[in-house]
Design a protein around this ligand. Structure first.
Ligand code: GLN
Length: 499
């Protein structure tokens, strides 16, 4: 019997066509995807849990719709293999946030973004590894061991949504969801060579996604093509009464993908291109992408974001403060690991949190606790909020001149495990992504091939004005006509994984 195609390596459109033509069934998609994950995960460790029964149940629904000739009713992602970062609740599965604190937590409900992906017909394959509570840029802070980069197993996939990026790059899923507070969708997308979209704050509901920084967190998709990203956005975006920050979004994100960039004004930020730490190969790729955009008919305009260099400092005040408040619920009573045998509540709290949280999480919680204490608050938190306003105004001014901005995603390509051991060096991974969360705009990483020096994937960042995410998707689709959709990492291509 011929081997099943690698469904996770196919795009949503091809999957739909194959289902309609009865070339394969959704059950085959589910079974073969799960088998591939089983084989590939031994090396990659992208999945923390697979959801066989949910996948098969959903496949049966999709197959019934195909048999009835009603696939359209099944949704935009009918039969598409999907998976979720492990900070997203899916009823009946573990939602660990890659933390010992939540090792035994089983979700009693489903996050809106997850529910919408499944309602759109996606076949849920499982839950994906991440940095603990989304603190990190490499998945090395996962309490359950890191995920590896499918392009080179000695290297990190980026983070914190490293499992989400690696699963797509290895062709184990067509769409995965991640979350991005300072760069956690875009940076792993860049390291693993996938399309990776952080929509404008408020486009996607965070209901049921374990909170890190509530004023910064946003959910978005990883895919190998811009079209699939836009389809996934269509499935998950929009108002949800369960998240008061979510907005009515009535945009079809696929609508202008074929329009090209003629007539678009695209900003470039000279200060970003001169930033210390930006490697020559990444800089060269951004310049190359700019030239392609110009050749495709866009007008390039230099824009200034004078306060963007303060974004990192503001983020490492605001982020830990919000994380400190959000993580207070993991107190061993309401949620989380409970260290047994304590006579009084305070020692139970202390011992449980000391045992349940890893070092990076403890660092953030302690930092946030200090920054919000009396006397200190005025010195750091308040100015950080003022910086936030300045950065937001910078972007607003820039967008008077341009429709979107082109920038690096990460200053460098993927690094080896253990190579970046100083926390502040790790924080610099996000030097080009953080200001977008601070301002609340949309940002995405588009893969543009391999770096000339490291021969590892490089992404360029496209940044949209708030609630104009379709602008960056349009520019990305135009660039994709030059670079092609993202390939599956060579070691996992052609159905190698799972054989
Ligand atoms: N790497 C950044 C951090 O550790 C961003 C993480 C994120 O976006 N979740 O805070």
């Amino acid at each position: 019997m011929a081997a099943s195609p690698a469904f996770g390596a196919m795009g949503a459109r091809a999957i739909r066509a194959g289902l309609v033509a009865k070339e394969f069934s959704a059950r085959e998609i589910a079974e073969s995807s799960l088998a591939r994950i089983d084989a590939a995960n031994k090396d990659l460790h992208a999945f923390l849990e697979t959801t066989e029964q949910l996948a098969l149940d959903q496949a049966a629904k999709v197959d019934a719709a195909v048999a009835a000739g009603e696939l359209d009713a099944c949704g935009l992602l009918a039969g598409v293999p999907v998976a979720f970062k492990d900070n997203m609740n899916l009823e009946g599965t573990h939602t660990t946030c890659s933390s010992k604190m939540l090792e035994n937590y089983v979700s009693p409900f489903t996050a809106t973004c997850v529910a919408r992906t499944i309602e759109a017909g996606g076949i849920p394959l499982g839950k994906l590894n991440m940095d603990e509570f989304a603190f990190g840029s490499s998945t090395e802070t996962s309490a359950f061991g890191p995920t590896k980069n499918p392009w080179d197993l000695s290297r990190v996939p980026g983070g914190s949504s490293g499992g989400s990026a690696a699963a797509v790059a290895a062709g184990l899923a067509t769409v995965t969801l991640g979350s991005d507070t300072g760069g956690s969708i875009r940076q792993p997308g860049s390291f693993c060579g996938t399309v990776a979209v952080k929509p404008t704050y408020g486009v996607v509901s965070r209901y049921g996604v374990v909170a890190f920084g509530s004023s910064l967190d946003q959910v978005g998709p990883f895919t190998r093509s811009v079209e699939d990203a836009a389809l996934a956005m269509n499935a998950i975006a929009g108002r949800d009464v369960l998240d008061c920050t979510s907005q009515d979004v009535s945009v079809d994100f696929t609508a202008n993908l074929a329009e090209g960039v003629r007539g678009m004004r695209i900003g470039v930020v000279p200060a970003f291109m001169e930033a210390q730490g930006l490697t020559p190969e990444v800089k060269a790729k951004v310049e190359e992408a700019a030239e392609h955009l110009r050749a495709l008919g866009a007008e390039l305009v230099e824009v200034d974001l004078p306060n963007a260099q303060a974004a990192m400092s503001a983020y490492y005040v605001l982020g830990p403060c919000e994380a400190f408040s959000n993580l207070a619920r993991f107190d061993s009573v309401r949620y989380g690991y409970c260290d047994p045998g304590h006579a009084d509540l305070n020692s139970q709290y202390e011992a449980s949190r000391a045992a349940g949280f890893g070092p990076e999480t403890r660092r953030r919680v302690m930092l946030g606790s200090y920054l919000l204490s009396a006397g200190v608050y005025d010195k750091y938190y308040y100015p950080a909020q003022q910086v936030r306003t300045l950065i937001t105004q910078d972007y607003a001014r820039a967008y008077e001149q341009v429709d979107c901005i082109l920038a690096p995603v990460s200053p460098r390509t993927s690094f080896k495990f253990g190579e970046v051991s100083d926390p502040t060096d790790m924080y610099l991974s996000d030097m080009f992504t953080i200001s977008i969360n601070i301002a609340g705009n949309g940002g995405m990483s588009l893969p543009v091939g391999l770096g000339a020096d490291t021969h590892l994937p490089v992404g360029v960042q496209l940044i949209s004005p708030a609630f104009k995410d379709e602008n960056m998707l349009r520019a990305a689709a135009a660039l994709e006509t030059v670079y092609g959709p993202a390939p599956v990492a060579p070691a996992y291509a052609d159905g190698k994984a799972g054989e």
